[in-house]
Ligand binder design. Structure first.
Ligand code: CDP
Length: 230
């Protein structure tokens, strides 16, 4: 019997979910999926088709085009990267023109249905850590470990700002702050699978924890569950 479990990590924008998920997957030798990258990739695809911008969205055109969307993750230079058809879009999906439309696109049911289906397929054998907004509630409601990560809004803004600077993506702290506030609002108030803290999730406030401390905290919990599953 496989002892590999499924780990779902949800939380607000830029709370460090992906950093934690990636480190946890590495420590457990599991696969890691950043579901947010997939919503960003879908948004870039529809943006290029002219169906969505900061000012408008053509929901019907998006619903009709969703069947043409092909996203996958591939390792490039030892980094897990998102591909749209044959193009590595990992850098572009972090830029402002995508960050500013992604939450709008993520409200569309047809988009969510398609991406959730692909995410569930990727996790069907367990041994996966996936982070996002609806992982513990919709994608893997039976995940053996569910985490809800939070950090104060100012700390999240500072962390994302530093991350973008490091990647050479130009955005002011004010722009980052405003984008996070707007996305948090849309993500937690939308009709389709809003961001919620499910009852069986463990809350992790990492405002004052280092990356190493949060990893140790979660790894301990994961290992206990894996041992009891054996
Ligand atoms: O990294 P960050 O926390 O800024 O965001 P992300 O995980 O890359 O997700 C980008 C956006 O995709 C979110 O603000 C949501 O609108 C959407 N999303 C979602 O609706 N459901 C998910 N499972 C993951 C992301």
């Amino acid at each position: 019997m496989s002892t590999k479990i499924t780990i779902a990590i949800d939380g607000y924008s830029a709370c460090g979910k992906s950093t934690l998920a990636k480190a946890l997957a590495k420590a457990l030798d599991y696969s890691f999926i950043d579901s947010g990258a997939m919503y960003r990739g879908a948004s870039l695809f529809f943006h290029r088709l002219g169906y969505v911008s900061e000012k408008h969205i053509d929901r019907e055109a998006i619903e009709n085009a969703i069947k043409d969307l092909k996203l996958c993750f591939k390792i490039d230079n030892a980094k897990n990267c998102l591909y749209l058809h044959n193009e590595n879009i990992e850098d572009e999906i972090r830029q402002a023109h995508v960050a500013n439309i992604v939450s709008k696109v993520a409200t569309i049911k047809a988009v969510r249905v398609a991406l959730v289906k692909q995410q569930q397929r990727m996790g069907q054998n367990g041994g996966i850590v996936m982070d996002g907004r609806d992982i513990g509630s919709i994608v893997f409601p039976n995940a053996q470990l569910k985490l809800f990560v939070t950090a104060s809004p100012e700390i999240r803004a500072q962390r994302r700002f530093a991350e973008l600077q490091e990647k050479g993506i130009p955005q002011s702290l004010e722009e980052v702050r405003s984008n996070l506030t707007k996305r948090d609002h849309v993500d937690s108030t939308r009709e389709e699978s809003p961001l919620i803290q499910v009852k069986d999730a463990i809350v992790l406030d990492n405002s004052t924890l280092t990356k190493k401390e949060q990893l140790e905290w979660v790894l301990e919990k994961a290992k206990t569950i894996i041992r009891s599953n054996h």
